[in-house]
Design a protein around this ligand. Structure first.
Ligand code: TXA
Ligand code: MG
Length: 349
């Protein structure tokens, strides 16, 4: 199959109309959102959605998010909208937020992983919204990567993973946030974050008065409620160790470890802030560095994270040492993805 890439950075009604046609015909289109690129199919058609699982190599027990363009479409996939979900929708939709709601009968079994709930998201990216509006159906879409790989934040990254496997990619330029949406379970008495993202726990608490983190995010032994969160994810090919703690102590620990690796004749990859990399450039001259932006600039750190992780696959690195960020706001999402990329190799200094 040939994969065509259409540039929609300056709007391109004809390309979006063509993409909507492809979706309505039961085929797949990758499209930009403000979080990461999605791989879409008509959300209420089980056979069309099965093609997503095949193209990605995704386990069939991992349910898909239904993307909608307006509130009426939410009702086509959800049986009921609990009051806390109403409040979250009014405050943060459209935006980088996914709600877990009771599922409507219209949603095919193939995309729910056997659950009685459905994940719903209304993206704010104008290309994503017009695609859903023109197709006039909810669009089921996971991130547009092969399963287990970092999510794509550019059309080029989608092409690298899925060329020849899907008919079309809409190129809307780089994604604004660069990490996937915050998933909030609205089916229990207290709103529960199943996956941290750009809408922070602090913001949700302020709105609802209460919000907790899923036990699967806090305790290593607890099973996560979002099925996809149990898989190793976001991983570059070389092993990665994450360092967390006070910046000065982290710098020192990474420098010591990097020198050890270098003196063993291996090549170290460094992933971190501009500040860290400047500090270490003299001490570990052979390192391959990926800069995720200024320390504390969490939006830039998030938006560059996956591109940095993917870049290591093209570099001759044996092992990667990564600097963590502060555990607040978007930092929670960044740390969650880095922990997953490390497969649990986290050094607290
Ligand atoms: O930002 C995003 O959410 C992106 C863009 C494309 O919208 N999408 C995305 O989809 O990240 P995906 O499939 O890569 O991740 C969806 C996550 C998975 O961990 C899945 O298990 C979880 O959502 N999920 C889906 N339906 C669920 C449900 N009913 N209950 C709990 N978790 C669910
Ligand atoms: Mg994904």
């Amino acid at each position: 199959m040939q994969t065509i890439v259409e540039d929609v950075r300056e709007g391109n009604g004809a390309a979006i109309a063509q993409a909507a046609e492809i979706i309505r015909a039961g085929e797949l289109v990758a499209f930009p959102t403000e979080t990461v690129y999605g791989l879409g199919a008509i959300g209420l058609d089980g056979d069309a959605c099965a093609k997503i699982y095949e193209a990605k190599g995704r386990p069939s027990d991992n349910p898909l998010i239904q993307h909608v363009s307006d509130r009426d479409m939410v009702k086509r996939v959800a049986r009921d909208i609990p009051p806390m979900a109403e409040k979250l929708m009014a405050a943060f939709m459209p935006g980088p937020l996914t709600l877990i709601l009771p599922r409507s009968e219209a949603v095919p079994d193939k995309v729910t992983g056997g659950l009685d709930t459905v994940a719903v998201r209304m993206p704010e990216n104008p290309v994503a919204r017009s695609l859903i509006r023109v197709a006039d159906v909810p669009i089921a879409a996971p991130s547009a990567n092969r399963s287990g790989r970092p999510s794509p934040t550019t059309a080029a990254a989608v092409l690298r993973d899925l060329e020849g496997r899907i008919p079309m990619i809409l190129n809307g330029g780089p994604c604004r946030y660069g990490v996937e949406s915050t998933i909030v379970d609205c089916t229990e008495d207290v709103a529960t974050i199943l996956r941290p993202g750009a809408i922070s726990m602090e913001e949700i608490r302020e709105l609802l008065g209460d919000c907790r983190l899923d036990a699967g995010l806090v305790e290593a032994s607890a099973a996560p409620k979002a099925p996809g969160m149990k898989y190793r994810h976001y991983a570059p090919k070389a092993p990665l160790t994450l360092f967390v703690g006070e910046p000065a102590a982290v710098e020192q620990a990474i420098e010591e470890e990097a020198k050890k690796i270098e003196s063993a004749g291996k090549t170290v990859g460094l992933l971190g802030s501009r500040e860290l990399l400047l500090k270490l450039s003299g001490a570990v001259p052979s390192a391959c560095a990926q800069n995720y932006g200024h320390r504390g600039d969490l939006l830039t750190n998030a938006s560059r994270l996956y591109a940095c992780l993917l870049a290591f696959d093209g570099l001759p690195v044996d092992t990667i040492l990564a600097e963590g960020v502060e555990e607040k706001d978007l930092g929670l999402a960044i740390l969650n993805r880095l922990k997953k990329a490390s497969g649990g190799h986290v050094v607290q200094v």
